[in-house]
Design a protein around this ligand. Sequence first.
Ligand code: ADP
Ligand code: MG
Length: 697
Amino acid sequence: MYLKGVGPARAAMLEAKGLRVVEDLLTYAPFRYEDRSNVKTIDQLAPGEMATVLAEVKSAKVSGFQRRHLGLFQAAFTDASRAVLMGKWFHGAYLADILTPGTKVALFGKVEFDSYSGNLGMMHPEYEILTADEDGDASLHTGRIVPVYEAAGKVTTRTLRTLTNRILESVAPSHEDPIPEHIRRSLKLQDRWSAIRALHFPPPDSDLRLLNAFRSPGQYRLIFEEFFWLECGLELKRAKARLEPGIAFALTDRVRQRIKEMLPFKPTRAQKRVLAEIAHDMEQPHPMYRLLQGDVGSGKTLVAAEAAIIAIENGCQVTVLAPTEILANQHYFYFKRLFQKLDYVTILVTGSLSAREKTQLKKLAAAGLAHIVVGTHALLEEDVQFKRLGLAIVDEQHRFGVEQRQALLEKGAGDKGVRPDVLVMTATPIPRTLALTMYGDLDVSIIDELPPGRKPIATQHVTEDHIEQVYSFLKQQVDAGRQAYVVYPVIEESETQAMKAAQKMHELLSRIVFPGIAVGLLHGKLPSAEKEAAMANFQRGITKLLVSTTVIEVGVDVPNATVMVIEQAERFGLAQLHQLRGRVGRGAEQSHCILVTGKMNETARERIRTLVDSSDGFHIAEMDMKLRGPGEFFGTRQSGVPALRIGSILRDPDVLEVARSEASAFVAHPPSEDLLRQAVAFIREHWQRRYGLVQVG
Ligand code: ADP
Ligand code: MG
């Protein structure tokens, strides 16, 4: 970047923010605007108004400092009118080094009468230091609606304003607008140059509220543009991936017959619809990359089993990849039960097997004798081979990286270069458009309906000190013939700790609280046989209460269990709590979920509130994303997460929706091949690097 005022030091700080070229600075969006058009001298101020003054620090002091940062900072400001304005900042002791006497500042805030000193004052005004070389530019920083930028290292909002202004003054207005004209016209988009100008210099009659909501015409245009190119890039990438050679599975009558044989229930309408989407993909001679979304208990696994039959009946193998050993176990038992009737061979490969067992199982997979190979990351190891892999089912998308999925695909479908189909399942459903954006290379199917007979679960929050009430409720339910879970949802990594907590609780409940009731215990450290026994005893109603770690998070299905007690619920994520809750509400009786918590911080409180108020997986996932932030929610390994500059998936889902539908229409039916070629070239040049759309073309 060659720009007056940008030396190597500043350039480095700008670059750290992704601001490398002039274009980057021009599209660096202010995060807030202030109306500083009301510039006054101090003697003109009246209490109650919002105003800006240009003044100098006359004196300053910190008072009441038990701890330095807690001090009250007070400064007296004055200007040419000689009148005095007080500024006060609580916890402002740090300002003593910044607002030293003689410093020139612009102050912006609400004018109040300071009865203590008899002067006018401002509480916590926004301030900006007026440095000598920029003093002449005062009109840039006051007297108008002023943009406020996030500082880039030590490059302040003020400097950014100056730099942006310099650029706008020195470059010729560009009337090029890469967004296809028919789209600009139909959406009445502002032209690019005016939008960029207005971003940094909002016209005087701009609506401040619209600006701060990122909905001024200029901001809308730029947000749309960012989303539009991103979505075009994703569409192109998706289209290209669909052209790779894959297996065209035949959906014959025999396949349909086998699926019918397997099905323990009548599929819901939603299950039928998504199976049709999946089957259609599987029939194509290209690989399927599909995300199957659905709430806890919506019956995703059953649909996955149907897809597996299609592959197996076509002479292929299926692999099921789960993020944890416990989940892999559960899938194994679930599939084994479903496929017994069909005489399929189902095997489980996990890290905890002995070397000998592993070798044997691997042989079965490599020889094509195992139809379904369920497992954890252990499956990704190089020496796990298939004779002819046709379908990979991956559970829980966001715990696996794109690369890991790739490793699975490399295992090949027998013929060179032919890729197996991929079906990814997630119980953290998000709106379709968002899913298509965040899981860029996947198509999306959504199960938006629960199997019949599911009853809403009454969810309650109880603090630890009222645990007796929970116990007496449990007693009452058991006396009425019901069963209950008591769960310690301690985080994966500390299964040992969870096990100890569960063991202790088991002791307490079985010996002291409920001496007359059979209480089972289940945790991940038990030998498989004991685990199976504990589950079986509960399933048969021999044990009435099951104390457990998150082993039961998924897959356990006991309709007579009507109560889910979750201890230390404040320590767990929304998705996990929602999953656990999904273990009850499967029978005819009213079910309950009781969230027991200790001390909570504000986000934990918000999580608990969300669960008490809602049972809708889509809403819960959205809250989860808001509370954790999109980056954390989607996981750092999910390299598809785009680094957006002005658009925000949380704030602008409406614009994203419009941009997506325009982009997919444009890519599918470009008005001319030329326009599409131009767009591809444009994306290559401007967006590929930023969004990692490496394979566009
Ligand atoms: P998910 O994987 O989406 O959480 P599952 O596939 O594990 O859901 O299904 C949850 C429970 O509902 C399982 O016990 C499953 O057997 C049952 N189920 C699935 N589909 C149906 C259906 N169409 N009718 C009745 N029960 C169903
Ligand atoms: Mg499941």
